[in-house]
Design a binder for this molecule. Sequence first.
Ligand SMILES: [Zn+2]
Length: 281
Amino acid sequence: MPELPEVESTRRALVPDLEGQQIVCVTVARDRMVRRHENPSDFKRRLEGRKIIRLRRHGKFMMTDVGVAPDGPEFIWVTHLGMSGRIQVASPDEIRAPHTNVTVGLGSGREFRFIDPRTFGFVAAWTPEELAATSLGDLGPDALTALPRVRQLVAVLAGRSAPIKALLLDQRIVAGVGNIYADESLHRSQISPHRRGGSLSPEEVGALRSGIRASLAAGLKWGGTSLDDLAYLLPDGRAGQFTSRLRAYGREGEGCRRCSGTVRRDVIRGRSSFWCPGCQI
Ligand SMILES: [Zn+2]
């Protein structure tokens, strides 16, 4: 289940391969991958022949600035890994993995491949104005690079009756925390995922903020979370090593790493939530 650190690890690994490269040809094997375009051929038409200027990331979205216009990039190539997507840069004679749904040939002779068995991910090429009009225009500050200060977070959570778990997943509040890292952050801060957002004291919000920073940093350090399905892998094919270091996520029935409690799984607003009733209050 790709979450933010995987995207960040992916971005770091891809910068030397992509930045400065000419886009030679684009192949979309499944139109579903470009479903955010009214006309599926727009993705290909907008990228081919243009140069990749820069790779960025906002929340879970990889943003690739393409082509130079007077006021910024001509197009922003957005890549979202979804639930099962991964990226590879390879030479064309390397065997293609099944479900290689999008291929972008580069001037270097190598190719960018987007592999996505379940096709929950997508790619799009939008002008900056078009991007701002999509749901990406509503993304909150990035959890890794622009996490709001405690006072601002307290103000955002004030009066909110939704469970804090659900609010952490709301990308309009903070962008980039997914299901794994929300559970990890709450475990680190010893806060129950069921708590109403507005009930958290400033001290608890401070602990949660620290928990978000710490769990994202740990995820990045270990290359992200490759679950048993190995849907997510680093661009060079290695598996992320954070999985065995998870404190809460996926550990239902196992002993808490902090107290003598047992990790349980509850469904909160439709999402699996792993937490320890012994030490998360
Ligand atoms: Zn515990």
